[in-house]
Write a protein that binds this ligand. Structure first.
Ligand code: PEP
Ligand code: MN
Length: 342
């Protein structure tokens, strides 16, 4: 249920309300806005009688109590009507600025990563992407450089000032990856690995949750709910294409997920056109569509030599194509009422 407190109530009154909510068996999550404070109380929805009891006890402190009908609570817009913004180093994701996260599919080595990082920063990206732990469909394919890759990402961050997003594959690596990353990516193949989501949430780092290969939006929102329910409000959803009957593209990028997520949730939305289409020649068009439909950020694969990439070669942009793309996107970003973030 959502409890809206009256403006200007004291912290003491607020604490009494919180105590009462806990007594009824609910976990309260406090969200402080500029004008007022809202409490999301999570558990089974209260019966009418309990709601009335709570209201009656605090007529001066509580403005309204509304049950949340949806199965997801904290990620829902009902719980938090304003868009959430996520602070990542000096950046704000989910606000006025549109952010571009770019870099190779996999971290392959120092020269490859640093060269890419310099180039994407110069072109206007604010976050460097790169997989150190890679979730490969075949066990015989490159599995990532592991901790060595994380160290290279940290080195690239020092050299360029870019923030770092990288995938967390396993619960056992949560502490390790969080030491190096500014944002933890949960990949499509792990989107409903709930223990992993909890471990990611507990690191306190922002979480970028990819959509699972065959995941309904409601299931995705519920997976995101695990992050917020474990005391981490910094969640973004990343659409990266879903599995359909279509084979011209690697996946079918579901751009309609953007307005649906924006309607249902306050969390920022990121679009990954690289896994989405699986083809470098489609990336520009998919980015433009995503911007027009209200995406808050883009996650784009870029490699100094895509043809020689150790993973996802067909979908990675060259450094020059990425620089060209960033120029091409500017008018689209402005037309969508946003600003480029750099
Ligand atoms: C990736 O970003 O390289 C990746 C493996 O993504 P996904 O989990 O969306 O397939
Ligand atoms: Mn990839």
């Amino acid at each position: 249920m959502i409890i809206v407190l009256k403006p200007g109530i004291s912290r003491k009154e607020e604490r009494s309300v919180l105590r009462e909510i806990r007594k009824l068996g609910y976990a309260p999550h406090v969200m402080r806005g500029v004008a007022r404070t809202v409490i999301g109380a999570i558990g089974d929805e209260l019966t009418r009688a309990n709601l009335e009891t709570l209201l009656a006890q605090f007529p001066k402190a509580i403005e309204s109590v509304t049950p949340i009908q949806k199965r997801y609570k904290l990620v829902s817009r009902e719980a938090h009507p304003a868009n959430s913004v996520i602070r990542v180093r000096e950046h704000v994701i989910g606000g006025q600025q549109l952010h571009v996260m770019a870099g190779p599919c996999s971290v392959e080595g120092e020269a490859q990563l640093l060269r890419t990082a310099e180039a994407v920063r110069a072109a206007g990206a604010t976050v460097l992407r790169g997989g150190a732990f890679k979730p490969r469909t075949s066990p015989y394919e490159f599995q990532g450089l592991g901790e060595k890759g994380l160290k290279l990402l940290a080195k690239a961050r020092r050299a360029t000032g870019l923030a770092v997003v990288t995938e967390l594959l396993s619960e056992t690596h949560a502490g390790l990856v969080a030491e190096y990353a500014d944002i933890l990516q949960i990949g499509a193949r792990n989107a409903q690995n709930f223990q992993l989501l909890i471990a990611a949430a507990r690191t306190g780092k922002p979480v970028l949750l990819k959509r699972g290969l065959s995941m309904k939006i409601e299931e995705w929102l519920l997976a995101g709910e695990y992050v917020l329910a474990h005391e981490n409000p910094n969640l973004m959803f990343c659409e990266r294409g879903i599995r359909t009957f279509e084979t011209c593209t690697r996946n079918t990028l579901d751009l309609s997920a953007i307005p649906v997520l924006k309607h249902e949730s306050h969390c920022p939305v990121v679009i990954d056109p690289s896994q989405g289409g699986g083809r470098a020649d489609l990336v520009a068009a998919l980015c433009k569509g995503a911007i027009a439909m209200g995406a808050d950020a883009l996650l784009i694969e870029v490699h100094p030599n895509p043809a020689a990439a150790w993973s996802d070669g067909a979908q990675q942009l060259s450094l020059d194509s990425f620089a060209q793309l960033m120029k091409e996107l500017r008018p689209f970003i402005q037309a969508a009422g946003r600003e480029p973030a750099h």
